[in-house]
Design a binder for this molecule. Structure first.
Ligand SMILES: *Cc1c(COP(=O)(O)O)cnc(C)c1O
Length: 502
C-alpha cells in the first residue's frame, strides 16, 4: 500500500519513492540475482565464448518507451534470457580478442557495493574520495612518481590520453589559452608518436583542437618500437620551420603486438627538448606489478604522465581507466574552474579541496575507485602481477605451438601477451578473415584480427586471468580445423602440444 501523507492544507500527496513496497520479496529476488551472477562466472566454461544475437532477441530491443511499471522479476527474466547470453564473452577464458580484461567475482561484488552507496566522486568531503586518493597514491608509488603527483580514474585510456594531451597543451601554451583559445601559438604545436600507436592518440589531437595533422607518426623498427633517431630528426625539422614540438606519446604495449618503446631514450630526448613525455600504457603499464616484467618498462618512472587501464590486465570490471601526472599542479591548472556552487570550505561537506572535478572534465563521477581498491587489496599486487606474467607465459606457449605447426605462420615477435599468426593458404587474407569469424561463431574461442605489413593476422591477446594452456590448445585446433575446411586442405593431423605451459 502507498503511504498517504497529508500536509497543512490537507491535500494528499502520494509517496513517490521508488523503493520496493515489499522489501522481503525484493531481498529474495536480489539474492537470486546475486547467486545466478556468481554461478555464471563460476561456470563460465560451460557456455560458448560468444554467440550471435538472434534476430528475435534484437527485435525485442526495438520496443517503445515503457510508460507503465513492470515487475522486477519480469525485467530480470528478460535480462537473463536476452542480454546475459549475448554479451561480449570477455569473462570467458577462451576470449582472446582485442585487449579485454576478464573481470573478477571480487570486482563484481565491489561494483554492487559501490552502487549501493551511490557516491558522487566529483568532490566534497567523504570517504569514497579518500579511496580514490588511495589508488592515486598507490599508483604514484608503483610508478616511482614524486610527491605532488596527481591522478584520476576515468572511463578508459582513450579519455586518459585525451586529458594528457590537454594537460600538455595547457603546459605548453600557458593557462591563458584556456580563456583565449589555442590561437596562433596553438596552431604551431606538434606532437609525436609512432606508427604503431593506438588510434585514440590521433583522436585526442582532433578533440583537443590541434588537429590530427599536427601529430607526426614516426616510423617503427622491426620490433614495432618507435625509431628514436627518426623522431629526433623530425623534431629538428619541425623546429627549423617554426613549429613548436610539445608532446611525445610513447607506447608501453602497442595494441597490435605489445611492443614497448624505448622509454629511457624517449625520456632523455624529451628532457633535452623540453617536451612533455606521455606514456600510453593502456594495458602494458600494469606489467609493473610483475617483478619479472617490470624491467621492460624501465624509464616509465621518468614520464610526465601515464595513461593506463585497470580494466585490462588489472582485471577490474569495466570501466576503470587512469591518468597519473607527475606535476599535480599542472594537471589541476588544465581543468580547475571556479564556480560559486562548487565553493570550497574549511569544514563541513564542502571541505577537502582539491576535488577530482579539478583534475578532469567530469563533474559527477561514479565510484570506480571502489572496485579498483577491492581488486588491489584482495589479490595484492603480487597475485595480480603473477596473473599478468602468466598471460605472457601462455603467449610464449602459443608462439611455440604456432612455430611447430607447418600450416601456421608467426607474423610478429611475441613481446608480452599478444600473438599474431595465420594459417598458410593461397588467399591467406581472405581465408584468415573467415577463420576468425568461424571460430568466433563456433563459441570455442574469440580471437580478433589485425593487419601487419599488409597481411591479415589472427590476433590472440591473452589478458584474462582464467585463460589456460587448454584454451590455447583449443584455439590452435580450431584454427587448423577451420583453416583446413576453408582452404580445402582436407583432414589435418593436429600435432601434440610441444611443451607444457608454465
Ligand atoms: C585499449 C587501448 C587504448 C584505449 O583504451 P580504452 O580503455 O579502450 O579507452 C589505448 N591504447 C592502447 C595501447 C590500448 O591497448
Amino acid at each position: 500500500m502507498n503511504e498517504i501523507v497529508r500536509n497543512d492544507v490537507n491535500t494528499a500527496v502520494e509517496s513517490a519513492s521508488l523503493d520496493p513496497q515489499d522489501w522481503s520479496a525484493f531481498r529474495a529476488l536480489a539474492h537470486r540475482m546475486l547467486d545466478e551472477t556468481i554461478d555464471s562466472i563460476a561456470n563460465v566454461r560451460e557456455r560458448p565464448v560468444w554467440q550471435p544475437i538472434p534476430d528475435r532477441v534484437r527485435a525485442e530491443f526495438r520496443a517503445d518507451v515503457p510508460r507503465a511499471a513492470a515487475e522486477l522479476g519480469d525485467v530480470y527474466r528478460e535480462f537473463s534470457e536476452n542480454i546475459a547470453p549475448y554479451a561480449t564473452g570477455n569473462v570467458h577464458p577462451g576470449f582472446m580478442g582485442w585487449v579485454h580484461g576478464g573481470g573478477t567475482a571480487v570486482g563484481m561484488v565491489a561494483e554492487m557495493l559501490a552502487a549501493g552507496l551511490n557516491a558522487n566522486l566529483g568532490g566534497r568531503d567523504h570517504m569514497p574520495i579518500e579511496v580514490e586518493r588511495q589508488i592515486v597514491e598507490w599508483m604514484r608509488q608503483l610508478f616511482g612518481f614524486p610527491q605532488g603527483a596527481s591522478g584520476i580514474l576515468v572511463t578508459g585510456t582513450s579519455m586518459a590520453n585525451l586529458m594528457a594531451v590537454l594537460v600538455a597543451r595547457s603546459s605548453a601554451l600557458g593557462t591563458l589559452a584556456r580563456q583565449h583559445g589555442i590561437g596562433n601559438d596553438g596552431a604551431l604545436l606538434t606532437a609525436y608518436t609512432s606508427k604503431a600507436a593506438h588510434g585514440c592518440i590521433s583522436r585526442a589531437m582532433d578533440i583537443a583542437g590541434l588537429g590530427t595533422d599536427a601529430l607526426r607518426r614516426i616510423d617503427i623498427d622491426a620490433d614495432h618500437r618507435i625509431d628514436v633517431a627518426a623522431l629526433r630528426a623530425q623534431i629538428a625539422i619541425d623546429r627549423e620551420v617554426g613549429f613548436k614540438p610539445f608532446l611525445v606519446v610513447a607506447s608501453a604495449g602497442t595494441v597490435d603486438i605489445g611492443a614497448i618503446d624505448d622509454l629511457e631514450a624517449l625520456a632523455a630526448l624529451c628532457r633535452e627538448e623540453q617536451i612533455w613525455f606521455h606514456v600510453d600504457g593502456a594495458f602494458g603499464a600494469l606489467a609493473v606489478l610483475s617483478d619479472e616484467l617490470a624491467p621492460l618498462l624501465a624509464g616509465i618512472e621518468l614520464a610526465d604522465s601515464i595513461a593506463l587501464d585497470f580494466h585490462k590486465w588489472g582485471q577490474v570490471p569495466y570501466d576503470a581507466g587512469f591518468l597519473l601526472v607527475r606535476d599535480g599542479e599542472r594537471h589541476r591548472q588544465a581543468f580547475a574552474q571556479p564556480a560559486a556552487y562548487l565553493r570550497r570550505e574549511a569544514r563541513g561537506l564542502a571541505a577537502g579541496s582539491h576535488w577530482p572535478c579539478d583534475f578532469g572534465p567530469d563533474l559527477s563521477r561514479g565510484f570506480r575507485a571502489l572496485k579498483t581498491w577491492f581488486t588491489l587489496k584482495t589479490f595484492g599486487t603480487e597475485r595480480l602481477g603473477a596473473a599478468i606474467a602468466r598471460t605472457c607465459a601462455l603467449a610464449k606457449y602459443l608462439e611455440a605451438r604456432v612455430v611447430a605447426e607447418p600450416k601456421l605462420e608467426l607474423l610478429a615477435p611475441v613481446n608480452l601477451n599478444i600473438v599474431c599468426f595465420r594459417y598458410r593458404a593461397d588467399d591467406a587474407d581472405g581465408i584468415n578473415g573467415e577463420i576468425v569469424a568461424d571460430i568466433q561463431e563456433s563459441g570455442i574461442a574469440a580471437p580478433s584480427s589485425t593487419t601487419l605489413d599488409g597481411k591479415l593476422a589472427i590476433r590472440a591477446a591473452i589478458v584474462n586471468h582464467r585463460t589456460d594452456a587448454s584454451d590455447i590448445d583449443a584455439l590452435v585446433s580450431a584454427v587448423l580445423e577451420f583453416g583446413a575446411r576453408r582452404s580445402g586442405d582436407g583432414v589435418v593431423e593436429i600435432a601434440a602440444p610441444p611443451l607444457a605451459a608454465q
